[in-house]
Ligand binder design. Sequence first.
Ligand code: FAD
Length: 578
Amino acid sequence: MAEANRDPFRPANDRYDENRLALRPAAGRLQIALNRAHHNAHALHPDQFRSFKAKRSFPNNVHTLRDRTVATGLMAAEHFFLELEPPEERLRDAPHVVIVGGGFAGVRACKALAKADVRITLIDKRNFNLFQPLLYQVATGLVSRGDVATPLRQLVGKQSNVQVLLGEVTNLKPESKQIIFNSRAYSYDHLVLATGSGSTFFGHEQWRTFAPPMKILEHAEEIRRRLLMAIEQAEQSPDPAARKFLQTVVIVGGGPTGCEMAGAVSELMRNAMRREFKQLNTEDTRIVLVDPGDRLLKAMPESLSKAAQSSLEKLGVEVQFKARVQTMQPGEVTMSTPEGDLLIQAATVIWTAGVRPSHLGRKLAEAIDCELDRAGRVVVEPDFSIKSHPEIRVVGDLCSYRHTSSGNPLPGMAGPATQAGGFVGKDIGAIVAQTPRPNFNWFDFGSMAVLDRVDAVADLRGLKFSGGIGWILWALAHLAFMPERENRLTLLIKWIFAVTSQQRASMLLTGMPSQHIGLDAPDAPFPMQSGGTGPSISAPDAALKAAMEYYSNQVSGHQDHPAETSEGSTDDSAAAMR
Ligand SMILES: Cc1cc2nc3c(=O)[nH]c(=O)nc-3n(C[C@H](O)[C@H](O)[C@H](O)COP(=O)(O)OP(=O)(O)OC[C@H]3O[C@@H](n4cnc5c(N)ncnc54)[C@H](O)[C@@H]3O)c2cc1C
């Protein structure tokens, strides 16, 4: 009975992680028994087998208590083994490497361990790897989400020693070599933290909704929605002053992302839409790029900063230096400048100014008292480990690596993250194989930023390029870094299309409740609408959770209080499942 009441979506033995090594032989025997049971099931008469499978898949068909217990036991054991079993038999006793974060650093670490005798669990809260450098192209409709994101299973899932798991790591227990993942403890022998960074509003979190940052796909799509909605409204506004307001965009931050965004927005609003909108006067478009410093692209040589400024000004972008944002509200930004306060009324404000490392750095410091730099990044040893915890490595945007020839920390960029991930993978492989360990030698490729359709600045190990050559180098470098062949090809085609036709391939405006078609009820909940009874943006997994709750109740026999859903009762859902 106890088994029948258990939640089938949790592992059969929650204390497994505490006793993993001790449990391995028993678990192996249980798996063999299960495999036999499965084999026997296949050996049944086809009708018997269909009925056996039906009982396992559809609990409503499980009639007797005995059948229900057997079905629950089988299912629980499969879930248990999902986490327990090594992907290959030879890896049963291999060291367990947990990589948290499937970004540039995490994926490369995973690939570098492909041939090592380790079993790897790659955990990410998203099921895809995101190519952040091209987010600005999603935000301005040049490419779409699928062009800059690759499912992690597609990237590394086929690797025989890797299991990819979806979920968020919320805490770390370094003393017991455990992480807290999806609300339960999970053990490791080597831990690679590669959770990257997010955005910061320097203590003004309330600005986040007024000025979306650009760090994840949803940000880029929200920016595109705001830009397109503003232009659509301008097309319908008879008042020229209102049209000017709708066509004004303020971009905060003069780093690579801010400059790329300013150039792309200008291209979008001045050129790409010129023929398609009949009332818009492109001369009314105003794009203001705001930075607290005195030059753009501070990480680049001064000559390239000047070239970038001049390219952007030719595109009609106003550059406002020594300006610090003071207040923000919808439609208005005020900033302090040496000439006094400046107020700009703008329908769209975009934030590219601040980067904050993932909160797991702070969690690690709370747990083992490791050093964080001023920004909150974890200070690491020459092999990216933590002092006194050689089994923990921190790579990518989350680490502060100062063991460079100049003594400056590695920049928070894709190149260093990829190289660090690759190094750490190789190093763990060498430790496991007991072969000589490698040294980390960072190769600085340089930096680049694209400003217009075929105009970019690039500083490649002291060699400076701008204009068309800069753009070709930029394009080649980005295509080379793109992890997936298919994406490389589609990007190339879309770029050629954009350069030759001045058109954009991904200008769809979606996600608004008013876009319902064929519904009489004006307040019918939109699938992604917050509030209401259905799944919302704030809880996109609500529908799955409800289904899992329903299923758990079914297999454990608790059917007394079926939860009502917006689509109908759980009985309806059960009918749908049947
Ligand atoms: C808009 C933009 C433009 C950029 N342009 C450039 C450029 O042109 N050139 C360049 O070199 N660099 C650029 N960068 C910087 C570059 O993208 C980063 O330096 C790089 O992504 C860092 O790699 P990472 O592996 O450390 O982290 P990321 O690539 O950010 O990956 C972190 C991963 O960890 C996951 N994660 C986070 N927290 C958790 C958790 N608690 N549990 C589970 N998973 C978690 C995330 O979902 C993510 O998949 C740009 C960044 C942005 C935002």
